[in-house]
Design a binder for this molecule. Structure first.
Ligand code: ZN
Ligand code: ZN
Length: 370
């Protein structure tokens, strides 16, 4: 409740924007105009409210539910987290449940890392959301009744609010602001001390769009958290992958490869199992500009293992070299060829056979798109 000091006895008495000329002192019985500048200030404050869009003091159905039900807020928050996690969980499921060939642990971990990050940030985000909503509740709560049974006062204009039996919100008849009046919240806010104001205009101006501002600042923190967590999750995932990808291991014996008849020659593809007995042929560097049919029934694809390429002459980026050594890469299920004289190892599916080299398996004829 807004108050001004009685011109007779100096005790605070209630004032409201809806009736700027009325002042009644409960202590000494003075009735008349409010003291000093209060009248003019109340009028100026009222005109600020008429100039401000009343919708900025009002709550949507969604916002009302957020403020009245902790469960609703939690569910909305969990749904948002689930939406963020969906692509990562999908990628995790895809790499975990693809049949055939060695498990790609690096990809699995890459997908699992963001999930862990979101879960960690997610828990603190929920606590943060709850504390912020509690703050919004306090900001939008009506001034509690000064005496039991008296009407509560609007938190924006100080006007009396219509009594309700069970509604959590009441819209002020004067300034159209939504007031939270649930007994639980009003009880938590404690006593109904009158707010004696020096500056009604300033205070009402600050409160003229309070519903919108309160929600904005409550959600801003969550948005910032998400802005930090999302790139952090992706970076962590990517670094896990890159670290694992750079670890040299024994070659993966069960990784399968097939030769295709490509414009670049007899070139290597990685054979990956698909659900339903088909395989996809994954092409490497050599396929730039060439297009290969990637989906075949498994029975039609003669496969070979990386070990068959040991000592063979292959072509990579226009250069022919002998395969000196074959290694696996940490956890990814991929093999790499160390070519004589080459600075870096290359993925097996990046090379084609040198002319005249024997085929480890018959090449699959593929149709090339023009
Ligand atoms: Zn008085
Ligand atoms: Zn009001």
């Amino acid at each position: 409740m807004y108050a001004a000091r009685c011109p007779e006895c100096g005790r605070p008495g209630p004032v409201q924007l809806a009736a700027p000329d009325r002042f009644a002192c409960g202590a000494c019985g003075y009735r008349g105009a409010p003291p000093g500048q209060a009248s003019a200030q109340l009028r100026e404050a009222a005109s600020i409210l008429t100039r401000t869009d009343a919708r900025r003091r009002q709550l949507s159905t969604f916002q009302r539910r957020l403020l009245t039900s902790d469960l609703f807020g939690t569910l909305v928050y969990l749904a948002a987290c689930a939406a963020v996690l969906l692509p990562f969980a999908g990628c995790f499921a895809l790499s975990a449940f693809t049949p055939g060939g060695p498990v790609d642990w690096a990809a699995l971990l890459m997908c699992a890392t963001p999930v862990l990050v979101v879960l960690t940030f997610g828990a603190s985000g929920l606590l943060f959301l709850r504390s912020r909503l509690a703050r919004v509740r306090a900001q939008l709560a009506a001034f509690p009744p000064p005496t039991p049974g008296a009407p509560a006062a609007c938190h924006v204009c100080g006007g009396p609010l219509a009594a309700t039996s069970d509604a959590a919100f009441v819209r002020c008849a004067f300034c159209r602001a939504d007031n939270l009046v649930s007994p639980r919240v009003l009880a938590a806010l404690g006593d109904a001390r009158a707010r004696v104001l020096e500056d009604f205009t300033g205070e009402v101006g600050r409160r003229s769009a309070i519903a919108r501002q309160a929600f904005r600042s409550a959600l801003r923190g969550l948005g910032l958290g998400a802005l930090v967590a999302a790139p952090l999750a992706c970076c962590l995932g990517a670094s896990v992958f890159s670290v694992m990808n750079n670890i040299e291991t024994e070659p993966y014996e069960d990784a399968e490869y097939a030769l295709v008849d490509a414009p670049a020659g007899r070139c290597v593809t990685r054979v990956r199992g698909l659900v339903g007995g088909n395989v996809s042929l994954v092409t490497g560097d050599w396929a730039r500009g060439a297009s290969v049919t990637t989906r075949r029934p498994r029975a039609e694809v003669p496969v070979f293992r990386a070990a068959a390429l040991a000592g063979m002459r292959v072509r990579h980026e226009g250069r022919e070299a002998r395969v000196a050594r074959i290694t696996g890469t940490g956890g990814t299920g991929e093999n790499r060829l160390h070519l004589e004289g080459a600075p870096r190892a290359v993925p097996v599916q990046d090379v084609c056979l040198a002319d005249g080299a024997p085929s480890p398996a018959p090449p699959i004829p593929v149709r090339h798109r023009r």
